[in-house]
Structure formats: C-alpha cells, structure tokens
Design a protein around this ligand. Structure first.
Ligand SMILES: Nc1ncnc2c1ncn2[C@@H]1O[C@H](COP(=O)(O)OP(=O)(O)OP(=O)(O)O)[C@@H](O)[C@H]1O
Ligand SMILES: [Mg+2]
Length: 249
C-alpha cells in the first residue's frame, strides 16, 4: 500500500504540491488527472525521491518511508516508473540494464537461457521487434517506441507498484491497443497497484475498476470512479466539474 500524507514538493522557492494526500491500496488502479502543469509528473518523480525536488511530508510504501531512500532502493522495493519522457541512455543496452537490475533484485546471477527466453516472450506480448533488446536504452527511438521499450523492462522486472505517466501519449491507435492489452494482461497476472496519469479515456478502457483523483492547485480536489474520468473527457476541467457544478450541454 502507498500512503502519501501532507506532502509538499518545492523546486527552489516554487511550491508545486502542497497538502497532497493519497492512498493507493494493493491491487488498486488509481487514475490521476489534472490540467497541464499542475504537478502530476512531479508527484510521480517525488515518489522516487527525485533530486530536483525539496520534499516535506510522508510517502510510505508498505510502511517504508520513501523520502529517505535513493532511487535504486525504491526500485528494489518493487516500484517502477514509466516516465512521461523516458530518458535516453546511450552506451547501455536494454538487455544489459535489465539483466543487472534483475540480478540485483534477486540477489543472484541470472540464468541466461531463461532470461533470453523471457525477453523473447515479452517482445511477442508487446509487439516489440526482438532487435530492440540489444539497442541502447531509448536511444534514437521514436516517442511511441520509447513507451513500448519501457514496457519491456516493466514485464521483465515484474514490479508490484507501477506508475504510468502518460503512457498513452505518442502511441498510434494500434500501439495503444497493444499497450492497453499488454498492461491488462500484466494486471491479471500480477495484480500490481497501478497509478495511471492520463489526459484521455482511451487507455482506461483496458481496465475494469479504478479510482480517479483530480489534481488542481497542488492537491487532490475531487475523487470518484470511472464516471468522473468520463465527465472530464466530456466537459474538461474548466466546466466547473471540480466545484461540483458542471455546465450541462
Ligand atoms: N525540475 C523542475 N524545475 C522547475 N520547475 C519544475 C520542475 N519540475 C516541474 N516544474 C514545474 O512544476 C509544474 C508542474 O509540472 P509537472 O511536469 O508536474 O506538470 P504535469 O501536471 O505533469 O503537466 P502535463 O500534463 O503537461 O504533463 C510546472 O509548472 C513545471 O514547470
Ligand atoms: Mg506530466
């Protein structure tokens, strides 16, 4: 379970999040929506104790305080961030990074035969060309390719808490379907918690039950279920939905 309490996140003197609270239970899918620039990516990165941010308050994962840990230790606890703009790392291939992360996580050397077999299986599931396994991490990949490439690591590392920051942005219609189906399959297999940041309804069609929270003015201003996401898609944030008095057509 992830519990964020009384969180303030600042960059220099600018307050991005304040009085931010959220609880995400084991196996829960939680959708975070909100206008551009309200701090959705900031909260995703703050969970990983990103060094850009001054963080006050508490972020606990299964009782462990994350604000005191570094990113590698947080990953080892089973959290995974698929970033809005995945970073390019020239000089290290996907296979190299995933293999070393796996052996770190499992505290033992990796059986290379099983590892390669699983890489091939995952490429099939997400419809990623097998040649990507030996490409440098996200390097010279298109926006949509980067998102799928990140899914390769996700499926291989089997995280228990997944943060998807606009995974749907930059995906074409077919890729969105492949990614949606792959994530649904992962959810059915592993029952992780998932925090989904999105501006659109389409990716949510791949999930049955989910909570929705709206982020504005640095904190959650409204919560609900799938109906709230549909409401936002239909009327937008400005249509007074947040204040509970939407403008009807
Ligand atoms: N490292 C940083 N340095 C300076 N300002 C930052 C930093 N990170 C975020 N901000 C600012 O904080 C605000 C929130 O940014 P954030 O990326 O979290 O928005 P967002 O809700 O994810 O928006 P979008 O929907 O466009 O992705 C923005 O005004 C942004 O410019
Ligand atoms: Mg963002």
């Amino acid at each position: 379970m992830l519990e964020i309490k009384d969180l303030t996140v600042k960059v220099d003197d600018k307050i991005i999040l304040n009085n931010f609270n959220i609880t995400i239970n084991d196996g829960e899918i939680h959708v975070l929506m909100g206008p551009n620039g309200t701090g959705k990516s900031t909260i995703c990165k703050a969970i990983f104790n990103h060094p850009d941010y001054i963080i006050e308050g508490s972020i606990k994962y299964n009782g462990t305080e994350l604000t005191k840990l570094d990113v590698a230790s947080i990953g080892k606890l089973g959290l995974f961030l698929l970033a809005q703009n995945p970073v390019e790392i020239p000089g290290i291939t996907n296979a190299e990074l995933i293999r070393s992360a796996l052996s770190e996580k499992e505290n033992k050397p990796i059986d290379i035969f099983k590892f390669n077999k699983k890489l091939n299986e995952v490429c099939e599931i997400i419809n990623l060309p097998k040649s990507f396994v030996h490409r440098d991490i996200n390097f010279n990949m298109s926006g949509g390719e980067k998102k799928k490439n990140e899914l390769l690591s996700l499926f291989m590392l089997e995280p228990k808490f997944i943060i998807l920051d606009e995974i749907d942005s930059g995906l074409d219609i077919d890729a969105l379907k492949e990614v949606g189906n792959a994530l649904n399959k992962y959810y059915e297999m592993e029952h992780p918690s998932i925090l989904i940041v999105t501006h659109h309804q389409a990716i949510l069609e791949y999930f049955k039950d989910y909570q929705v929270s709206i982020l504005q003015d640095g904190h959650i201003t409204k919560s609900g279920t799938s109906d709230l996401a549909k409401e936002i898609e239909k009327h937008g944030f400005k249509a007074n939905v947040i204040n509970g008095s939407k403008n009807d057509e």
